[in-house]
Design a protein around this ligand. Structure first.
Ligand SMILES: Nc1ncnc2c1ncn2[C@@H]1O[C@H](COP(=O)(O)OP(=O)(O)OP(=O)(O)O)[C@@H](O)[C@H]1O
Length: 328
């Protein structure tokens, strides 16, 4: 046997931790072959270490777990409630679900969350787009079609989690974003800058820019591309995803870059770096039958609102309209 190679049981490699059971997987992070039982143990212990080293929680804090019923947030709910109990973190944990109103999709996954509520003994709060914004995703898609609907869904979900958190009076929201999600986001940010630079170059060259030509670079087309790309990279090199995340952590913002400042939306009072938050701009578009309002990058978004509202002078003033039927 070669030096450093693990023994095998009838052809299969042994777990590098217990040296007894068959290895069930190779960890991309360490390239170690590990059995199922040891993986659970190591995985939970590593999460505990990250929580402790980064002082993520303080005793007595109220934490909402963004629970979609999918694999990542279900694992998150299980691990957090388990570690909270095992290590006496002293946290008050809640499940927080957003019902986007997608028939045949979210209604099914919410059933999983309701079961988790009982299994893990965590109180569940469900907030819905219908209650918050007056629209379900099914209704939005009926109005705007399939293109761009992910923008509405993503922006509304992000804010719905904030609104649910305010209702539950929690200190923090924990989500199940995984390494793939973070690596995609790092790549997306790089790609967006390239496309901006490309647009600038084309404009300088006095070429006609066809909106359809660039529409393949819409945020969701980007994400799909980034997802496929990192999965291809991972096949060639299992550590690729972690390396992309590491390189993202090493980015430095130049001192001269003007960063957006976090403030509150003048209309709904939730987080925004502009006068109006993106959710209010999108909602205004929907309510006025101008669903393209606010689609695209946020630069100049609020001036678009004013321009479109002026053109639409026959309707009610913006301030007089409510942001959904719930008032927080
Ligand atoms: N409808 C929702 N209600 C509450 N939280 C959500 C919802 N959708 C997404 N989240 C939170 O955002 C995280 C990332 O969402 P994403 O859409 O990437 O889901 P995902 O990768 O399919 O994860 P999951 O497997 O948990 O569904 C989820 O793990 C969850 O914590």
């Amino acid at each position: 046997m070669e030096a450093g190679t693990k023994p095998k049981i009838s052809g299969a490699r042994l777990c590098c931790c217990c040296n007894q059971r068959r290895a069930a997987l190779k960890r991309p992070k360490t390239l170690e072959q590990i059995c199922r039982e040891c993986f659970y143990e190591v995985f939970e212990e590593e999460i505990h270490q990250v929580i402790v080293e980064n002082q993520l929680f303080k005793p007595g804090e109220r934490i909402a777990i963004g629970a979609s019923g999918g694999k990542d947030s279900t694992v998150l709910a299980y691990v957090l409630s388990e570690l909270n109990r095992r290590h006496n973190y002293g946290l008050d944990l809640f499940l927080l679900s957003v019902d986007e109103g997608i028939t045949g999709y979210r209604d099914d996954s919410l059933e999983t969350v309701k079961r988790n509520e009982l299994q893990y003994g965590l109180p569940l709060k469900i907030v819905s787009y219908k209650d918050l914004y007056g629209w379900t995703m099914d209704e939005i898609v009926k109005m705007i079609g399939l293109k761009n609907n992910c923008t509405f869904c993503g922006v509304f979900r992000r804010q719905a989690l904030d609104r649910g958190a305010a209702l539950l009076k929690v200190d923090k929201v924990a989500t199940g974003h995984n390494a793939d999600d973070i690596a995609e986001t790092v790549l997306l940010n790089i790609l967006r800058d390239w496309v901006d630079a490309l647009q600038l170059l084309l404009v300088k060259m006095d070429l006609f820019l066809d909106a359809n030509l660039l529409s393949i670079y819409s945020p969701n087309a980007y994400r799909g591309f980034a997802r496929e790309f990192i999965k291809d990279l991972e096949r060639l090199r299992p550590r690729a995803i972690l390396d992309i995340i590491k390189s993202g952590e090493n980015f430095r913002i130049s001192a001269s870059t003007k960063m957006p400042e976090q403030g509150t939306c003048e209309r709904c009072g939730y987080i925004s770096s502009q006068k109006w938050c993106k959710a209010c701009v999108l909602l205004e578009g929907l309510n006025r039958g101008l669903p393209k309002l606010g689609i695209g990058r946020s630069r100049g978004l609020n001036s678009d609102v004013k321009k479109d509202v002026k053109q639409d002078s026959g309707t009610k003033s913006i301030e007089s309209k409510q942001c959904g039927s719930l008032d927080f």
